[in-house]
Design a protein around this ligand. Structure first.
Ligand SMILES: Nc1ncnc2c1ncn2[C@@H]1O[C@H](COP(=O)(O)OP(=O)(O)OP(=O)(O)O)[C@@H](O)[C@H]1O
Length: 677
């Protein structure tokens, strides 16, 4: 059998081009130490260090200018003004003007330098976070609300950026300014300096007191924003259902409750901030009045000059803003810390599914399931809303042991080129089983081998270019038809695309306004469920895999289209190892043999005819299928099968009765008899 060489898929996996393979941030030793999460993001500043260092130098120089102006004022009052020296008055005045203007220019330069650097940092973290989300396994995404992820990748990163560009710089500068000015004040006249120093004490106490409460409220608000985002997303996606059931009011009320809860948290936050900020406004002003009183007395008694008092007061006034702004700067720091903590939760989640050492499979596609078992891991504690009552809420490990087995003791062998139909009642584990082959989930026990190699030994690129899957619920992206089709094989030629379209009977794409270049998906042309399924099938076929998995891919097609697709699919399946999830006899007949999955275990394997003849539960599963009578495949039709087909209706009826008897239901034949009477 002629198999194409593995091709690179566009689905990014660790180690592929375009992805960051370096550890994006160092792992946290434990999740409780969340204040360090912000520090762990600081290395992102490294590529912009030259800009940052220049900015810090510029900022310190401009701080020097801020401090110099009151000292120059003192020199003017105590010198030229006191001695009526016109010449020096003009010189010093011009110097003060130059210092003031350079301070303004330095501010502009600082702001320009820092904005570019921090926007770059935001972009870099966002890219790494997105890459992380791509490599995290399905089990992670199952457990996280999409709105939570969205709010982390968008608003939390903006919060971190705002902190780095504004909060951090001003926090450092303001603290430096407070220290420098207090030192100068002490040097100018120490008794007044001590008064200023004492006034800083209650501010420090207030800051420490409010910090814990504010952090908890910030975390609550950010988590609740995630809940609101999830709600908006769900209602947008489910709008059709909401409208058809006339549940707009219900959905609105739910949204209202969540938004009101967010509002309440924000109001609590603002109330706390208001109390805190008031303290920070009031204390410097009271200090100013005290200093004015004592300063006037000291000037009157000749202990200090008027120039010193003016310089002292001017400097004290320049302290009001740095102290008052500490309130919102510290709030910003807390918000940035909780945002960094939420971002780090994603970075710290280890991708359980990662590359193995083998980068290619050499065989023809022999697929083996050896005593395969699988159960879903439980949700981690932080995957959604956060318990804000406990500030130290730590992440608990997934409770894998608590969940039931979705699959157990699955043994199955598919020879190269062989196709198996997977039949089972709804919820029996068919989709889970098919998801294990491309490692969307990893087996919990046993192993799956392709050509003798455990799939966990393969790189994800090698595995996913060997296996292609078409899902029942086909996802199309906001891209052109061509881009959607070539997702698994970007280098496909026009002829190959045309062949895949042919197999999937997706010729409708040629009638779209721009043919293959028509943009489809959420932001583009709307397609019907059947059209989407056909494109998804064409996409899987185009990938030219060695193992093709079709998870109930034809369920949305009308019988005529389905028959045409099946006819073409037979040719494709002839060349690959195939797993076809089937609910209908017509789909079953695409396969060489059938595996019956019952409660997560394969109980019977055989041909369709064999299982129909010998397994009542199999007959029951296909009993409602109207096509049962005439769906037998002509090429494999034997005389035995002819006889079976003749008896089929009778068998189905009695099998259905048998199963119903086991379940204690009324027999369908009884019901039919009643209906006839
Ligand atoms: N993400 C999940 N987390 C936990 N349990 C899940 C998850 N997805 C599926 N299950 C459970 O695993 C079992 C098997 O589900 P699966 O989707 O494989 O059924 P199926 O046979 O494909 O059903 P259907 O024919 O309806 O598609 C079900 O009991 C289901 O509730």
């Amino acid at each position: 059998m002629d198999h194409p060489a593995p091709v690179t898929v566009t689905t990014h996996t660790p180690g592929q081009a375009g992805f960051v393979s370096r550890p994006v941030i160092a792992p946290a030793p434990e999740r409780r130490r969340r204040h360090t999460d912000l520090l762990r993001l600081l290395p992102y500043l490294l590529p912009y260090r030259a800009r940052w260092l220049t900015m810090v130098i510029v900022a310190i120089t401009s701080l020097g200018a801020t401090v110099a102006i009151p000292l120059m004022t003192k020199a003017v009052i105590d010198g030229p003004v006191r001695h009526h020296d016109q010449h020096h008055l003009w010189t010093l005045g011009a110097a003060a003007l130059a210092v003031g203007m350079s301070e303004a220019i330095l501010w502009f330069i600082r702001r320009w330098l820092v904005s570019r650097a921090t926007m770059g940092v935001e972009r870099d973290i966002r890219k790494d976070l997105y890459a992380r989300l791509q490599i995290l396994p399905m089990s992670f995404h199952n457990n996280w609300q999409s709105g939570q992820l969205l709010s982390r990748i968008m608003s939390d990163l903006s919060t971190v950026r705002r902190f780095l560009s504004f909060g951090l710089v001003f926090l450092l500068l303001n603290i430096l300014q407070i220290i420098a000015i207090t030192a100068i004040l002490l040097a100018l006249y120490w008794p007044l300096g001590v008064i200023v120093l004492i006034s800083i004490l209650p501010i420090t106490v207030t800051v420490l007191h409010n910090q814990r409460q504010f952090t908890a409220l910030s975390r609550m608000a950010q988590d609740q924003s995630g809940v609101v985002a999830t709600n908006v997303e769900e209602s947008a996606l489910g709008l059709r259902v909401v409208k058809s059931f006339g549940r707009e009011q219900y959905v609105y009320d739910r949204f209202d409750t969540q938004v009101t809860h967010l509002f309440d948290i924000q109001v609590r936050k603002v109330r706390l901030q208001a109390r805190f900020w008031t303290m920070l406004e009031v204390i410097p002003n009271i200090t100013l009045i005290v200093v004015l009183g004592f300063g006037a007395a000291a000037t009157g008694s000749g202990r200090i000059t008027i120039g010193t008092l003016v310089a002292f007061i001017t400097m004290m006034l320049s302290l009001v803003w740095p102290i008052a702004s500490l309130g919102f700067l510290l709030s910003m720091t807390q918000e940035a810390m909780t945002a960094a903590d939420r971002v780090a939760e994603i970075f710290d989640t280890e991708p359980e599914i990662s590359d193995g050492p083998v980068d290619a499979v050499s065989g023809a596609g022999r697929l083996e399931f050896v005593d395969v078992g699988f159960r879903f891991p439980g949700p981690p504690a932080h995957a959604g809303e956060h318990d804000v009552s406990d500030d130290s809420a730590a992440v608990t490990p997934p409770a894998a042991d608590d969940s039931a087995w979705a699959l157990r003791h699955v043994d199955l062998v598919l020879e190269p080129g062989e196709t198996i139909a997977l039949v089972g009642a709804t919820g029996s584990g068919k989709s889970v089983l098919t998801s294990l082959v491309p490692r969307l989930y990893d087996v919990s026990e046993g192993c799956i081998r392709i050509d003798g190699v455990d799939i966990r030994e393969l790189t994800l690129t090698a595995l996913r270019s060997t296996v292609a899957t078409a899902f029942e619920d086909p996802t199309l992206f906001s891209l052109s038809v061509r881009e959607n089709l070539t997702l698994g094989r970007p280098d496909a030629t026009y002829n190959e695309i045309a062949q895949a379209i042919d197999v999937a009977q997706a010729h409708f794409v040629h009638d779209l306004p721009f043919g293959l270049d028509t943009r489809i998906g959420e932001q583009g042309m709307s397609l019907s469920g059947g059209q989407r399924q056909r494109l998804s099938l064409a996409r899987a076929v185009l990938a030219r895999p060695r193992v093709l998995v079709l998870d109930d891919t034809l369920s949305a097609l009308d019988v005529h289209t389905e028959a045409l697709v099946e006819q073409a699919l037979r040719r494709v399946l002839h060349d690959v190892t195939g797993i076809v999830v089937a609910h209908r006899a017509s789909t079953v007949l695409l396969a060489d043999k059938v595996a019956l999955l019952e409660h997560g275990t394969i109980t019977h394997v055989g041909t369709h005819a064999q299982l129909l003849a010998t397994v009542p539960s199999y007959r029951f599963l296909l009993a409602a299928d109207d096509e049962l009578d005439d769906a037998m495949p002509e090429p494999t039709w034997t005389q035995d099968d002819e006889r079976l087909a003749a008896d089929e209706r009778h068998l189905v009826e009695s099998a259905t009765d048998e199963v119903c008897r086991d379940r204690g239901d009324r027999y369908p034949s009884e019901t039919a008899e009643e209906a006839r009477r």
